[in-house]
Design a protein around this ligand. Structure first.
Ligand code: NAD
Length: 459
């Protein structure tokens, strides 16, 4: 645990390092990013063990969604470091000619990254790497809820990275509050909207820009025209990976009533294929992170009838993949983000009703539509707003470095991954450079009738 009394000094020493210019050379950034990849590769087994201790994360899931996710994002940053940090030439308007115009990427200064517990490596290191690639110094604050992973990161980060420019603060609310009292040049927060508001209010005091990666209820619309077998498999995969503790997990399903039964039947088959007849003994199924979340989820389970699953075991914080029907839209499960392996199925008369329901609620972080009819897909896309969408699938839009990942409205602000994850931490400084050989006098006073005529022609 970081000593509370040291927090101001940690941030101030990163400010001194930033001001010294040491993070500006691309060579320094490349070296740090390479060290980050080495840290992941050298310690893969330790990271897997920490993820297992915190979340019962199956090794393969941990590898794909945390470990390899980080290395592939960071390797892309290394590969594109020069390109993404190169000044961009842009046109110059006639009034400013002759001149050259460019946008020069400039780091912001000292960046704070606050991460949650559900993908505790990825959600800390990918934004932190973006901040480094952009030339900033950075403070990382892992989640105290995923305590083993936090402790491991606290031990490894100073071993691999330049401690004068990259710091890790371990702790919970008091430490995060102390950090938020400091002056940063950008705060990148991933977590829930309540704390998101605390972060934004703290940032406002210093006019610090924020990126808020929040959550919410991400709906799935299953149209009557959908390929039901494929829809069920893809929904089951996206929902029950990490035992439903994924910000973009399908939260609930709005299914056309004519295909509800076949959809539930196919969910049963898919779950049996994925986790066998008793998911409790499956090596491929994770656990709930804490007792608090376990009891919250077992409470929410009472909001409907479990047509699949419904079992739980407090000793190892196990909740089986559970599908609920007879769920009232007024019940608690339809009013908070579920963030666990409970999937309410709500029937609708048609996709139009589903679209109206989604459009009348907070903008979700993700939206999924399953349909073979393009008109239905177009209708969903044009009448709803969401952070991101996968059509006929779940979760996968966030895996593309070419699609900025983030929310809108209640689900957050700002997007990252790929080049967006570097641009977030840069100011694209507009620079117009003029030569002195030519100095046309047209713009200078006195403003004669002739000059006015010329302006009317060219502007
Ligand atoms: P959490 O409890 O780990 O909190 C996140 C961070 O906020 C932690 O580092 C914690 O120390 C800090 N924190 C908590 N309370 C605080 C306070 N009062 N003041 C200052 N800092 C405080 O994680 P969580 O919020 O339970 O995470 C789950 C939420 O995150 C869900 O809503 C989920 O959808 C969302 N999420 C979003 C994304 C995304 O990329 N958009 C990814 C993962 C999770």
């Amino acid at each position: 645990m970081t000593n509370l009394n040291n927090i101001a000094d940690i941030v101030s020493s990163l400010r001194t390092s930033y001001n010294s210019g040491k993070t500006r050379p691309l060579a320094w950034r490349k070296q740090q990013l390479e060290a980050l990849v080495r840290m992941m590769e050298d310690n893969e087994a330790a990271f897997s063990a920490a993820l297992k201790a915190d979340l019962g994360k199956p090794d393969v899931e941990g590898f794909i969604t945390d470990i390899a996710f980080v290395t592939s994002e960071v390797k892309a940053m290394i590969k594109n470091l020069k390109k993404w940090n190169k000044p961009q030439r842009v046109p110059t308007p006639i009034v400013a000619m002759p001149a050259k115009s460019q946008l020069i990427p400039e780091p912001l200064g000292v960046v704070l990254v606050i991460a949650p517990w559900n993908y505790p490596i990825q959600l800390l290191l990918v934004p932190a790497a973006g901040a480094i690639a952009a030339g900033n110094t950075v403070v990382m604050k892992p989640s105290e809820v995923s305590a083993e992973t936090s402790a491991l990161l606290a031990q490894l980060v100073p071993k691999y990275l330049d401690t004068s420019a990259v710091a890790l603060v371990e702790g919970s609310v008091p430490e995060t509050t102390a950090l938020l009292d400091q002056h940063f040049n950008h705060i990148f927060y991933t977590g829930n909207g309540t704390v998101g508001r605390i972060v934004m209010a703290a940032a406002a005091k210093n006019l610090t820009p924020v990126t808020l990666e929040l959550g919410g209820k991400s709906p799935v619309i299953v149209d009557a025209s959908a390929n039901i077998r494929v829809a069920a498999r893809r929904v089951a995969w996206g929902k029950f990976i990490n035992a439903g503790q994924t910000c973009v997990a399908p939260d609930y399903v709005l299914v056309d009533k004519t295909v509800e039964q076949p959809f539930i039947e196919q969910l049963k088959i898919a779950l049996n294929d994925f986790y066998g007849s008793d998911p409790h003994v499956s090596d491929s199924y994770a656990r709930i992170v804490s007792d608090r979340h376990f009891s919250r989820l077992t409470g929410l389970m009472k909001s409907g009838t479990a047509v699949i699953g419904g079992e739980s075991n407090a000793t190892d914080k196990y909740i089986s993949p559970t599908v609920l029907t007879d769920v009232s839209l007024d019940s608690p499960i339809m009013h908070e983000e579920i963030f666990g392996p409970l999937l309410p199925i709500i029937t609708v008369s048609n996709s139009d009703e589903a679209i109206r329901y989604v459009a009348n609620h907070d903008h979700p972080l993700a939206l999924y539509v399953f349909a073979e009819k393009q008109t239905v897909i177009n209708d969903v896309l044009s009448r709803t707003t969401a952070g991101g969408v996968t059509v006929n699938g779940t979760i996968l839009h966030l895996t593309s470095p070419h699609l900025p990942f983030g929310g809108v409205g209640e689900s957050g602000m700002g997007g990252y991954h790929g080049i967006s994850g570097v641009r977030l931490f840069q100011h694209m400084k507009p620079v117009l450079s003029r030569g002195t050989k030519l100095d046309p006098s047209i713009a200078y006073p006195p403003y004669t009738a002739r000059k006015a005529k010329i302006f009317r022609k060219i502007l």
